[in-house]
Design a binder for this molecule. Structure first.
Ligand code: HEM
Length: 148
């Protein structure tokens, strides 16, 4: 009885140890290669500044931002791009579907946004291979942001 109990405790501890080790590893060695390729936070901030300027000058989509707090959106975009690329930031904005559903965005709106982001990344010297890595992470959000 006693021996069985000890064996059980030992097994539980071993499992906890393994899980703990896996977790520690996940926390200490995240893949931040994209974040670093993009140039880290200073470049991401500049990209988002240029990206927003480009969208606000874009006749196709600027109207969608008419009632938005632009500084907030920029801050949330920086957090989101940083987190997605492995930079260790935490996105503190609202869920994508919730934010965008009332805007009734189309695929054409989405494509316009992607073009504006590409312009901003070009302007900041980000190579196309690196641009494509970020765009691939954003692609699944088309479903969450486009609603017509
Ligand atoms: C990959 C696609 C997209 C991503 C990752 C994205 C990301 C974001 C983020 C992080 C925010 C801020 C959320 C918050 O305030 O909590 C936001 C807000 C906003 N986005 Fe997007 N977005 C996408 C697509 C689009 C498209 C296609 C448009 C229009 C062409 C758009 C227009 C807006 C507007 C107008 C707001 C502000 C909403 C408000 O003021 O409540 N977004 N987006």
């Amino acid at each position: 009885m006693m021996r069985q109990q000890i064996a059980r405790v030992a097994a539980a501890l071993a499992l906890a140890g393994t899980l703990g080790a896996a977790q520690t590893q996940a926390q200490t060695t995240p893949d931040d290669s994209l974040y670093r390729a993009l140039g880290g936070l200073p470049v991401l901030q500049k990209v988002v500044d240029d990206f927003m300027a480009s969208m606000l000058a874009d006749r196709r989509i600027k109207h969608t931002f008419a009632e938005s707090n632009i500084e907030r959106v920029k801050q949330k975009l920086v957090e989101q791009f940083c987190q997605l690329s492995g930079g260790g930031c935490i996105y503190t904005g609202d869920p994508m579907r919730e934010v965008h559903q009332g805007l009734k965005l189309s695929n054409a709106d989405f494509n316009a946004l992607v073009e504006d982001l590409q312009l901003a990344m070009d302007a900041n010297g980000i190579p196309s291979h690196t641009q494509n890595r970020l765009l691939a992470l954003l692609a699944p959000m088309q479903r969450e942001t486009v609603s017509r």
